[in-house]
Write a protein that binds this ligand. Structure first.
Ligand code: COA
Length: 558
């Protein structure tokens, strides 16, 4: 079928459905929900058999739903209506939630139901629940709905329901002198990554994001107890909560200590080395060891890696290389393995060009440390999504395992035609061929975990349930294998041979020469694209690589 996606943006859920339905043989074209007239035009050009709306913030115009079946993906159970479904469910601590696919009609979210899928509601952040449970449920419900539509023997059912209102800031407000840590975490989790909770720090208004529990430190409720790297600790009536990110009025979302330089006056509350803390606390880089394997996780908000984070992670990796292990597994974070350089901290810098240059060099240093590690087998285990430089940073490891369902965007051009670095010119072509590398970079499309293995970019796609256990078991098997020393020696020999053919320094210098042009050259595309990306500017057109119906040679198939 020809399926038109009408969506607010090409977010990770939309990308996942795009890959899943394409894999079933459907032809997908995408139009961003910019204006009714533009949507009408897209429908007229593409003449879809079916319209799917994976992520919409407004109603579909009657001119469209009255003539085409439009399936809306709603992040709530059947009967739930309203624009803050997940927020209410998380804040009130419901045990179960779900995704419904319903048919668009005049009243928002009130149309008949094509399919519903439910899941146990994790005590996590809204954005994280969206990227995991909601996405998996949406895949099940959309595939079922499309199959029912194709079969033509299913009548979507009306479900009685009630609309909950938009959750506003008064519904989210935190009383630091009265609320428990658990209820504060629930409020912050329900508001992450948008819109955050309106509050204040150092007497200045701001929105809070990225909350972490703290199990041991305490103080006067509401007082600021200290800082750790980029986070600030605030006391509650029964403990304390870490705030990782904040957004000040008119500003962008930033690490808390960067947004509030006043935080420098708070006491630093360091952790001992890299070992995973025994009790809950803020720890973005954590190390654990078992069965000859070192596991390094890096829980960087939104997968963005600033210069300082890259340097700290490089130091942690080097430290891990001194441990008595044979295998090092780079676990990344829960939602993201890495999305490359940190565009927000770059935007906030006095000189974004200089900050970009420092950041790309810092991430290249990390990639180079992984590539040059001759004493251990390195594994990148992607349980979360990866984009741009993050995809190639993972490929710097000897082996890459990826969780089924992870979305990858191994290209840079969407960020104002960035050339990219992280040794992609060394790492990509041997895996997918010169032409394959050119296609991946040029097409700028997302890649599913399965596709990444099929095309040879990554090594294995592991089932989503039990991914972490599977990774630990496989890594332990690698470390205990009789040929582990031979494998390490072989990889060192391969690296030496590659170095003799063309040194890593040459790849790096050539990539960075292009990046220098992107950062300092006449063409401001990267700076403009970065500005709009961090400002979350609404789209004003749909890129051609997504809106296939806007190709000049597009013709409705006979
Ligand atoms: N730096 C800073 N923030 C980043 C980031 C980066 N490199 N990559 C993603 N984010 C942030 C987004 O701004 C967004 O912030 P929010 O919390 O305010 O919503 C959040 O992460 C989620 O990103 P979003 O784009 O909504 O997620 P997605 O899963 O739909 O899309 C990507 C994933 C990777 C396609 C997309 O985030 C992207 O293009 N990132 C930029 C990658 C890049 O160009 N890196 C620099 C070159 S190495």
């Amino acid at each position: 079928m020809r399926i038109l996606f009408i969506t607010h943006s090409f977010n990770s859920l939309t990308q996942r459905l795009y890959c899943e339905l394409s894999a079933l043989g459907h032809e997908i074209s995408v139009e961003f929900d910019i204006a009714d007239a533009v949507t009408d035009e897209a429908v007229a050009r593409f003449v879809p058999d079916l319209i799917v709306a994976p992520f919409l913030k407004r109603a579909i115009p009657a001119s469209i739903w009255s003539r085409h079946v439009c399936m809306i993906v709603h992040p709530g159970i059947a009967g739930d209506r309203g624009p803050s479904s997940l927020d209410w469910a998380i804040q009130s601590g419901l045990p179960e939630w779900g995704v419904t696919v319903l048919q668009a009609e005049a009243e928002m979210d009130a149309g008949p139901v094509w399919a519903e899928a439910r899941f146990p509601l994790r005590r996590g952040r809204k954005a994280s629940v969206y990227r995991h449970e909601v996405t998996e449920a949406a895949v099940i419900a959309v595939k079922q709905s499309v199959a029912r539509f194709v079969a033509g023997d299913f009548t979507p059912q009306r479900v009685a329901g009630q609309a909950l209102p938009l959750m506003k800031q008064p519904d989210r407000v935190i009383d630091w002198s009265a609320n428990s840590s658990a209820s504060i975490l629930a409020r912050l989790n329900a508001a992450d990554g948008f819109p955050g909770v309106a509050d204040s720090l150092f007497g200045e208004a701001c929105h809070l994001f990225d909350a972490w529990p703290e199990a041991t430190l305490r103080g006067d409720p509401g007082s600021l107890l200290g800082r750790r790297e980029t986070a600030i600790l605030r006391a509650t009536v029964d403990g304390a909560v870490w705030i990782g990110h904040v957004k000040r009025p008119g500003g962008i979302k930033l690490p808390a200590t960067l947004a509030f330089p006043e935080a420098a006056s708070l006491p630093e509350l360091p952790l001992d080395a890299y070992w995973k803390a025994p009790a809950a606390t803020w720890q973005d880089i954590a190390y654990e060891e078992a069965a000859g394997v070192g596991f390094l996780s890096f829980e960087f908000y939104n997968g963005a890696m600033s210069t300082a984070q890259c340097r700290r992670l490089t130091a942690a990796f080097r430290w891990a290389c001194e441990r008595p292990t044979r295998v090092i597994v780079l676990l990344g974070g829960l939602d993201f393995w890495s999305n490359g350089i940190h565009l927000n901290t770059i935007e906030a810098a006095e000189s974004p060009a200089n900050a970009s240059w420092e950041n790309i060099n810092a991430i290249d240093d990390l990639a180079e440390a992984i590539l040059r590690c001759n004493s251990r087998l390195t594994v990148a285990a992607l349980g979360g999504n990866a984009g741009a430089g993050g995809c190639f940073l993972a490929r710097a490891a000897d082996v890459v395992w990826v969780r089924d369902g992870v979305m990858l965007n191994p290209h840079y051009k969407n960020m104002g035609n960035l050339y990219g670095s992280e040794f992609w010119t060394y790492l990509l072509p041997p895996r997918v061929g010169e032409q394959g590398a050119r296609d991946i970079m040029r097409h700028r499309l997302p890649m599913s975990a399965l596709e990444s293995v099929r095309c040879g970019f990554y090594d294995a796609c592991l089932p989503a349930p039990g991914f972490a256990v599977d990774v630990a078991r496989r890594a332990a098997e690698l470390a205990a294998a009789p040929d582990i020393e031979a494998r390490i020696a072989a990889k060192a020999a391969r690296r030496a041979a590659d170095e003799a053919t063309k040194p890593l320094a040459e790849y790096r210098a050539a990539e960075l020469a292009e990046m220098r042009r992107n950062f300092y050259g006449f063409d401001p595309s990267y700076h403009v694209a970065r500005y709009h990306f961090v400002a979350r500017s609404p789209h004003s057109w749909t890129p051609r690589h997504l809106a296939r119906h806007r190709d000049l040679d597009w013709k409705i198939p006979a």
